[in-house]
Design a protein around this ligand. Sequence first.
Ligand code: GLU
Length: 425
Amino acid sequence: MGEINSGIWEESPLYRNAVLQLNEAGSTMHLDPNVLERLKRPKRALVVSVPIRLDDGAIAVFEGYRVQHNMTLGPGKGGIRYHQDVNLSEVAGLAMLMTFKCSLVGLPLGGAKGGIRVDPNLLSRQEKQALTRRYTTEINMIIGPDRDIPAPDVGTDAQTMAWMMDTFSQERGYAIPGVVTGKPVEIGGSLGRAESTGRGVVYTIVQAYQKLGMNLGPSTTVSVHGFGKVGAVAAEEMEMLGCKVVAVSDVSGGYYNKNGIKIRELTQYLAKNRTMVGFPGAEPITNDELIALKVDIFIPAAIDGVIHGDNVNRVSAKVIAEGANGPITADAHKVLVDKGVLIIPDILCNAGGVIVSYFEWVQGLQNFFWSENEVNDKLKATMIPAFDRVWSCMEKYKIRDMKTAALITGVERLKKAMLLRGLFP
Ligand code: GLU
C-alpha cells in the first residue's frame, strides 16, 4: 500500500482489498495514473457523534460516518450500515465499491456509503429509532435527492429508511421521499426493491451458466452463507430454478441437507421462531463446514472477508456469486481464480439492489409507480447487458478474472466522464 500516503483510509482490510483490486484493474487497462490516484481516495467524508438516550435513561454516544467517494456521474448513492466493526476506512472502501458498481451498470449515480459503529441487535426499537433520527440530522447537510441518497445495507432495513425519510422531511417541512431508497412501498418505495439484490444475484448466475455452456437443474447444488435480505431471496430463486440448495447459514450457524433444504419451509420456520435453530428439515453444521462444502455454486451473502488466506484452500465450489460486498479477500481471490473458479464479482453480482434503488428514485421523482413485473423486467434488462460487458472485457484483455474485468468496465465509463468534466479549478 505504499502508493497511498494518507493513513486514515487504509485501516480496514476491505479498503485495502478494494485498492489492491483497483491497482490490478488499473495496470491491466493501462489507466491514466492521475485518474487512478484520484480514485483511491474519497471525495469527502463526514464523521459525526450520535448521542442517544437509552431505555434505562443513560446516554450512549456512537460514531457515525457518511463517505462520498465519487460524484462525477451523479448524486452519491449507497447504503447505511449498522455494525459493531464499522469504521471510517471500511465505509470509504464500501463507498469506493459503490462508485464502480453504479458506473458498471450504467446508472447516473456516484458512489457513497454510510454507517454507524453499533451492534443494532443490542438496541431496542426505540433506541434504534433515536439513533437513526439523530444520525440523519447530523449528516443532513450532505444528503438529499440531488446530492446523496442513502439506502439499506447490513443491519438496516426499510423501517430505518422510513425514519430517515421522516427526519429529513420534518426538518424541511414537507415530504421528501427521494432522500432515501429502499423505503416501505407505502411511503414511496418501489415494488421489488426488497427482493432486488437476491434476484439480481440469480440473474448473474443464470447468465454465467449460459456463457459456460452449462445447465442449471436438479443436479446443481448450491450453498448460501448468510440467509438474510440477499441470501434468503437468492436461495428461494435458485430453488425456483430447480436447483438443490443443500446448505444455508446465519448467525446461529449452518444447516445442511444433502437432498436439498425446502427454502419456503425454512423461511416460514424462521418467521415463526425468529431463528433457524431446531429447523427439522436440515442438520446443523458450522459456518466453516459450510464454506468447505463441495457444491457447484456458493453464494456468500453476509459480510466481507469470509473467504480469506486461511480458509481459501478448503473452498471447493465451481462458481462463487458474491452476494455480499467484498466477501473474498484479494489474496484468496487470486488463489481461487488460479484454481479456475469463476467468481461473479460483488459490484456486478449484487448490483440489483442499487439498480432498483435507482428505479425507486426515478419513480419517486416522477410520482409515477411501476408494477413489480415492470421493475423486474427493467432490472433484468440492466443486469444482463452489464454482465455481457464484463464478459466481453475479460475476452478483450484475455483474463479469467471477472473482478478485474468488472472494475475495468466500471472505471472505463467513469474515467471518460472525469476527463470530460476536467479538474476544477
Ligand atoms: N447497500 C446496497 C449495496 O451495497 C444497496 C445500495 C443502494 O441501494 O443504494 O449495493
